[in-house]
Ligand binder design. Structure first.
Ligand code: GDD
Ligand code: GTP
Length: 446
């Protein structure tokens, strides 16, 4: 039996994802019509041996229980849409009382992870998107020497971009990692840590050593009254710096390089990029979800009779006028209404939004419950990886450049924004509940 842990952080995290994370926790933001971490869960349930998925974070229970309940119900049903599922794993959300870092939560909830005596467990960062090769990773890990405690899924980045990730040097034949540096200040290796791991159960001995060593070092700070997340409390353990770095060079840390698509989800711009890749992945894994074939609706009974350029996902409860044109790379959420002559490309439209007649939406995210008037143009600038650089990853540029000007980005409408008819909104970010009265270009509308 094996298990999986998904690390999702908490409300103070995901700041670069605002304003979208203001009303939905980032791990639940819908990408290709499914909450971000539902894609992790979907990858996990493909594994025959996987019996339990533990989601660890510091979001309040109330924000996660609906999602956990829905997913549990989905995988307990006999719905044909989930026929590829090998079995029905148990799903649990475990809330940290405060930010415990990327390994503190794992140590704190060690009894739940060890319960039932699993042979190993996966750890997945909740903010990565990928065609997760979990079976290959697990097989690779089991074929390493018995000393192996952790196997890291690794991918290649450009020299410059590698500095934003955990970098590792490893032996190509054995996979043994000899050097691991988290976000180095100068070049170490183009092989980076994808935030996806397989761990042997003996990792808890290491975590206990770190925990007790920290206890002695900071004995004046009690575990229970910790809370400022500065990394000095005994319970706060940084997986990368305090576990992976010392494990390198000891024959306990291994890496498996994978060619699969992989990306982080840090900014809203990266959601559009992830949306495109997850939609493309559906062609192989869940073609029935796509509205591509014969302009038919992907799920449910109704027919989608508008023009579609693949890949497009339309929730069964959305109403799309037959003269609208959708795609490529569009996801339309539940209850959305799309009027006649509307054109949407490279965008995500969230639930209950209303897009009135002949409006154009390009490279944008339209938040929940937004209303966009007729003949309006909402357009953003994509920030895709440089196609001319092999292994280039998504750039996650800061909001402002050195001159204090807004970097061109996708256009984002927070929830319940209202835009009147015949306006143009270009490269702008609109905070929730705003009613715009004119056109805007390169602005944050607070
Ligand atoms: N439960 C819990 N508690 N989860 C946390 C906490 C915490 O206190 N802090 C962070 N996380 C979760 C985040 O939600 C995210 O899914 C993951 O742990 C990693 O968080 P970050 O601290 O934001 O790290 P990062 O994304 O900048 O870098 C990590 O991931 C990269 C790949 O995406 C590192 O592992 C890098 O080495 C790696 O390259
Ligand atoms: P390309 O960039 O080469 O595709 O040229 P284009 O002028 O067709 O592209 P643009 O990116 O401006 O628009 C993309 C799609 O939206 C095209 O299919 C246009 O026909 C359509 N489109 C452009 N402006 C509007 C508009 O104001 N309303 C509607 N309904 N559709 C529009």
């Amino acid at each position: 039996m094996i298990k999986a842990v998904i690390l999702i952080g908490g409300p103070q995290k995901g700041t670069r994802f605002r304003p979208l994370s203001l009303d939905t926790p980032k791990p639940l933001f819908p990408v290709a019509g499914r909450p971000l971490i539902a894609h992790h869960i979907e990858a996990c349930v493909q594994l025959k041996e996987l019996k339990e998925i533990l989601i660890i974070g510091f979001y309040p229970q109330t924000q996660m229980e609906g999602f956990v309940g829905d997913m549990q119900a989905l995988y307990s049903s006999s719905n044909i849409n989930i026929r590829r599922v090998k079995h029905k794993p148990q799903l649990t959300y475990l809330q940290e009382f405060t930010s415990l870092g990327t390994a503190g939560g794992m140590y704190h909830f060690r009894d739940q992870i060890r319960a039932g005596n699993p042979r190993a467990f996966f750890v997945l960062n909740g903010d990565v998107c990928a065609d997760f090769p979990l079976q290959e990773l697990y097989t690779f890990h089991t074929e390493r020497p018995s000393s192996a405690l952790v196997t890291i899924m690794s991918t290649e980045a450009t020299r410059q971009q590698s500095l934003h990730y955990g970098c590792l040097v490893f032996d190509r034949a054995s996979g043994a990692v000899s050097h691991y540096v988290e976000k180095p200040s100068s070049y170490v290796s183009t092989f980076i840590n994808c935030g996806v791991y397989v761990c042997s159960m003996d990792i808890f001995t290491k975590l206990a050593q770190i925990f007790h060593a920290k206890g002695e070092e900071y004995s004046c700070l009690s575990y229970s009254c910790s809370g400022n997340g500065n990394g000095k409390e005994q319970g706060h353990i940084k997986w990368e710096q305090e576990v992976l770095t010392p494990l390198a060079g000891t024959d306990m840390l291994f890496a498996m390089p994978v060619p699969n698509w992989w990306s982080q989800l840090k900014t809203a711009g990266s959601a559009i990029y992830a949306n495109r890749h997850y939609l493309a992945l559906y062609r192989r894994t869940h073609p029935e979800r796509l509205a591509n074939v014969g302009h038919k609706r992907g799920e449910g009974d109704g027919n989608l009779i508008c023009t579609v350029y693949p890949d497009v996902y339309v929730h069964p409860s959305a109403t799309v006028h037959h003269s609208a044109v959708l795609g490529p790379n569009v996801a339309i959420g539940p209850g959305v209404t799309i009027g006649p002559g509307v054109r949407i490309r490279e965008s995500i439209v969230l639930e209950q939004a209303q897009i009135k007649d002949h409006t154009l939406i390009l490279h944008s995210i339209v938040g929940r419950g937004c209303t966009i008037g007729a003949w309006t143009r909402v357009e953003g600038t994509p920030s895709d990886p440089d196609p001319n650089k092999p292994f280039a990853k998504m750039e996650n540029p800061p909001l402002f450049n050195n001159e204090g000007k807004l970097n061109p980005s996708i256009t984002i409408l927070g929830c319940f924004v209202q835009i009147p008819a015949e306006k143009i909104l270009l490269n702008s970010i609109v905070l929730p509940h705003k009613e715009l009265s004119r056109s805007f270009k390169n602005e944050i509308i607070l």
